[in-house]
Write a protein that binds this ligand. Structure first.
Ligand SMILES: [Zn+2]
Length: 312
């Protein structure tokens, strides 16, 4: 029989052996990391800045200036994700002429990492939405084509869209793994039935629960981000961003859209595992949202954010 001293010695040997094998298999895992989420919502084909006569948003926005700002922040910060919460389509003659192809192509050129779908992205029907996605995929550009994430549109009856919309994606940075999923608003009253043919809307909270669990338990992410086109606060009449943390445990950040809500900084809502940051930055690309997260051993240690005007 092993005495206590021998037993402790054998434990020590096992620990050393496992450390050696970890190092042999690659770089040691970092215990902490940080990530900046940059985001837009409801850009609505606003490719150029708003002109004069638009009140407080006169002269703001524009895709070229957004690209410059994103590039500067990427160079400064390193670990950055650029995300969008939907309603890219509809709002200017650019959409009438190019049917969303230009909007998605420009998003790829700016360097988006993922986007989700809003109600207006169905304005020309599923076929035209898929065509716009295809034109973005086929663009010759150094940046990769970006994925669309959504977990509450059942696309079984629309396979061309279904194969382009993923329930989630995972992105890895030094010391931090980030899971990104998305949810969309109910079609009723917002999207004509012929424009969402083959797609069934499911309850966003119920759809999110198994995805967040999988991201945590199987994909082992440190941070869960939801791109939400539900709206910020619907006062209990329908699922919204403010209620989401109380309904679905384990979400760190909600990047919202649909309600065109101008927030100066993220709203922090307590939840089972800490807090959820909810943010939305108006519409039309007037602002770029920023949220910073520091993670140590899988737990969020610090989180903050701000809305940055996109100006010349
Ligand atoms: Zn919108």
């Amino acid at each position: 029989m092993m005495d206590r001293r021998d037993f402790l010695a054998s434990l020590g040997a096992a620990t050393v052996a496992s450390q050696v094998s970890l190092r042999a298999s690659g770089a040691p895992a970092l215990a902490s990391g940080r990530i900046t989420l940059l985001h837009t919502n409801d850009t609505h084909s606003r490719i150029e800045p708003f002109g004069p006569g638009n009140g407080a948003i006169s002269g703001l926005g524009g895709v070229a200036r957004r690209a410059t700002l994103v590039k500067q922040l990427r160079q400064q910060l390193g670990s950055v994700l650029l995300l969008d919460a939907g309603d890219t389509f509809q709002g200017t003659p650019y959409f009438n002429r190019y049917k969303g192809r230009l909007d998605y192509q420009l998003m790829r050129m700016v360097g988006y990492d993922a986007g989700t779908l809003g109600n207006h992205d169905f304005d020309n029907g599923v076929g035209m939405l898929v065509e716009a996605m295809e034109s973005m995929e086929q663009l010759k550009h150094a940046n990769p084509a970006f994925p669309f994430v959504n977990c509450n549109f059942d696309c079984q009856g629309a396979p061309a869209l279904g194969k382009r919309v993923r329930p989630f994606v995972v992105r890895e940075f030094p010391g931090i793994r980030v899971g990104i999923t998305g949810v969309g608003v109910a079609f009723a009253g917002l999207v004509a039935p012929k424009n969402h043919q083959g797609i069934t809307w499911r309850d966003p909270y119920e759809s999110l629960k198994p995805i967040v669990k999988r991201l945590r338990d199987v994909e082992k992410v440190d941070l869960v981000v939801v791109l939400s086109h539900l709206g910020y606060n619907l006062n209990g009449s329908a699922p919204d961003d403010l209620q989401m943390p109380g309904q679905v445990a384990g979400i760190d950040a909600i990047i919202g859209g649909h309600s065109h809500t101008f927030l100066e900084k993220p709203t922090k809502v307590p939840q089972a595992n800490g807090e959820t940051l909810i943010f939305q930055v108006g519409f039309g690309g007037v602002n770029l949202g920023r949220m910073d997260f520091a993670v140590t051993r899988g737990a969020v240690k610090a989180a903050s954010g701000s809305s940055m005007p996109v100006e010349g």
